[in-house]
Design a protein around this ligand. Structure first.
Ligand code: FES
Length: 128
């Protein structure tokens, strides 16, 4: 079971994930989080000095591969079949792929640590 310390910023719960130096520029980091009987997974990116956090499961076939996606112009492309999503709002970039988008979560960098908003969308039990 993976646990991260929970801290409060502005009355909102965040998970203390890693030191800032552990998140490489342009490369996604997968964060797997167990909370009692629910499991969550997100992907964090540092792109041009800004941080983004989105769900790690691609809405297409629910593959946990968004963290492995290629990022260009703040758009991440799933490595499996090429669905692409804006990291800022999670929206699907190609209307032909449907309307399913990525959930996004707040990220904070403070005192050389990275914190993410506590995810609230668990991985479905059938997908674990
Ligand atoms: S699973 Fe991501 S594009 Fe198919």
């Amino acid at each position: 079971m993976i646990k991260y310390p929970i801290v409060n910023f502005d009355n909102k719960e965040y998970l203390k994930i890693c030191k800032s130096s552990e998140l490489l520029i342009g490369k996604g980091m997968k964060v797997h989080y167990d909370d009692s009987d629910e499991v969550y997974e997100v992907a964090i990116f540092r792109i041009e000095g800004l941080l983004y956090c989105v769900q790690n499961h691609c809405p297409h076939q629910h593959a946990p591969e968004i963290f492995n996606g290629l990022v260009k112009d703040c758009v991440v492309t799933c490595p499996l079949h090429g669905w692409s999503y804006n990291l800022k709002d999670g929206l699907n970039k190609n209307p032909k792929q449907g309307l399913r988008s990525l959930e996004t979560f707040d990220v904070i960098e403070k005192d050389n640590w990275i914190y993410i908003e506590k995810p609230n969308i668990p991985i479905p039990k059938w997908r674990r």
